[in-house]
Design a protein around this ligand. Structure first.
Ligand code: NAP
Length: 348
């Protein structure tokens, strides 16, 4: 039996909150091997261990710590780049890489709503990868990972959409500090406090699901017509976004049928047995006090969404609470799953 060599990958924005999570998750990956790390002027030409303020509890792997941090220019010795770049500069840099033959998997908002760029949640819209064939990039491609709060919400909504149809959604989020990057929100702002504003977040939650749930038709996505209202809050939790969701369904149903739809939900990554795919994308808890960030964020390596508190709602039809890990499923883990799907489907 021949063993396929691992695909060399680079991380743009390797020193940031998402970049560090990429390093943790890719360090023992069966298909991918980190060969390049890149970040800003502040970090380049330094050894990674000297440039980074490592904030994860797992130790920084020695061989990664000794890699030199390079400029974010398309001269990196790798095939795929995972981007955890700040959105102020991500757009152009990612295009440059795609134009030079790299497969770019991005966590930034810049290209998410481009007509020819898949906004991918592998369990939901694997067929949107066909958009890659319409991209103008010379030899390369850009695929994007949705906003971290969007990912958890759409995974919980997908079985409801498929089984009962959805008319309207209302969501109130309680989002973790790591979602603001490093060093993030000032301690004087968030200690003993909640901040009821996250710049740009509500718009993302209200628009991205329409594209993700859209239909791929004749080389483009027809967005789903869905009314969503979002309110986003920053809370003093380190990792894990909690979201209180209300839904109005097209076809009325019973609580047990909704729970059953969640518990039986599987997608393409589970069928393909992709290395980062959770065995079950959705977990439902009957305990009234669940889900909770500290207790449930790491289920299935932070790749599963935890759901609880499903009950009837006097305004909408039902309400429930979800929890998903913002830097795993919501960023680095979700992006790695996208790359695995792209490889498994033969796009690279
Ligand atoms: P972060 O901690 O602030 O990290 C930003 C990274 O970008 C750092 O590595 C930084 O390098 C690099 N960078 C900044 N300016 C640069 C420049 N001019 N040229 C090259 N590199 C530059 O942010 P983050 O939380 O990891 O987020 C990264 C991206 O992912 C953002 O677009 C964010 O919206 C998105 N995202 C974040 C999360 C999350 O939960 N945190 C979830 C989903 C999506 P230096 O350290 O060298 O300055």
């Amino acid at each position: 039996m021949t063993i396929e060599p691992k695909i060399p990958v680079g991380i743009l924005g390797a020193t940031g909150s998402v970049g560090q999570k990429f390093i943790e998750l890719l360090s023992n990956h069966p298909w991918f091997e980190i060969t390049e790390l890149a970040a800003s002027e502040r970090s380049i030409n330094k050894k990674y261990k000297d440039a980074v303020n490592w904030i994860l509890s797992s130790p920084l792997p020695q061989q990664i710590g000794n890699l030199e941090v390079k400029k974010c220019e398309p001269e990196l010795n790798c095939r795929i780049v995972f981007s955890g770049l700040d959105s102020s500069i991500a757009g152009e840099i990612e295009e440059e890489f795609a134009n030079n033959g790299y497969t770019v998997i991005s966590n930034s908002k810049n290209h998410r709503m481009d007509k020819d760029v898949p906004l991918l949640v592998p369990e939901i819209n694997a067929d949107h990868l066909e958009l890659i064939k319409t991209q103008p990039y010379k030899g390369g491609m850009i695929v994007t990972n949705p906003n971290c709060s969007t990912i958890g919400m759409v995974l919980a909504l997908k079985p409801l959409l498929d089984n009962f149809g959805i008319e309207e959604v209302n969501v109130v989020t309680l989002q973790a500090l790591s979602g603001a990057g490093y060093p993030g929100v000032a301690s004087m702002d968030i200690t003993d406090n909640v901040v009821p504003f996250i710049s740009g977040e509500e718009e993302k939650l209200e628009t991205e699901p329409k594209k993700i749930f859209g239909k791929f038709n004749l080389n483009k996505i027809e967005n789903l017509n869905l009314k969503i209202s979002a309110q986003c809050n920053r809370v003093p939790v380190l990792d894990g976004h909690l979201e209180c969701i209300q839904v109005k369904l097209k076809n009325k149903t019973k609580i047990n049928e909704i729970k059953n739809a969640w518990l039986t939900f599987l997608g393409e990554p589970q069928k393909l047995r992709l290395p980062s795919a959770p065995l079950k994308p959705l977990y439902y808890f009957d305990e009234d006090r669940y889900p909770q960030p500290r207790i449930h964020r790491n289920i299935e390596n932070g790749m599963a969404v935890s759901i609880g508190r499903l009950r009837e709602d006097p305004l909408f039809d039902y309400k429930f609470v979800i929890l998903s890990h913002n830097t795993n499923r919501g960023a680095a883990g979700g992006s790695i799953l996208c790359a695995e799907l792209i490889k498994a489907k033969g796009y690279i």
